[in-house]
Design a protein around this ligand. Sequence first.
Ligand SMILES: CC(C)(COP(=O)(O)OP(=O)(O)OC[C@H]1O[C@@H](n2cnc3c(N)ncnc32)[C@H](O)[C@@H]1OP(=O)(O)O)[C@@H](O)C(=O)NCCC(=O)NCCS
Length: 138
Amino acid sequence: MLEYSNRLSAKEYCELRSAVGWQQIIEEQAQSGIEHSDFIIACRDNNGIVGCARVFWDKGYIAYLADVMVKPEYQKQGIGKRMVNECISFIDRQLKDGWRIKIMIVSAKGKEPFYEKFGFEIRPNINDGAGMQVWRTR
Ligand SMILES: CC(C)(COP(=O)(O)OP(=O)(O)OC[C@H]1O[C@@H](n2cnc3c(N)ncnc32)[C@H](O)[C@@H]1OP(=O)(O)O)[C@@H](O)C(=O)NCCC(=O)NCCS
């Protein structure tokens, strides 16, 4: 049976990264990221971790949805959708009268249609430029 909770270990997080084929980050850095997330949702079954998603929010108008991962053998069962909806609900609960919060996501290649179902708009579009990124390493 699937169970959802708001806790995630660095080990589980790294296991998920590896399961979805993402480049690994060291456990210390994973732990720091988890500790400083504003909201985390994780899904498990009897065999362990199945998926996760997390949100950072600046306590103002910008939030970032990151690390939406579902193990390949559990995909297409509504788990990703449930976790993203939990993240969006977290943000909705922060809204005060007259507030607007923009949730950003950088979609993995080909996953845009998954996010469009929640109302995310693809960039660039007629009004907005492309999302951009730069890596810094040491
Ligand atoms: C993207 C991902 C999180 C989706 O999780 P999932 O549990 O398989 O998705 P769900 O089963 O909840 O699907 C929800 C809806 O999105 C659709 N969907 C899921 N993946 C899709 C895709 N790649 N393209 C189009 N639609 C997709 C489903 O058909 C479903 O539609 P419905 O609500 O109309 O039935 C999962 O495929 C994943 O972890 N991929 C590898 C890691 C990754 O790339 N994450 C995204 C990082 S930005």
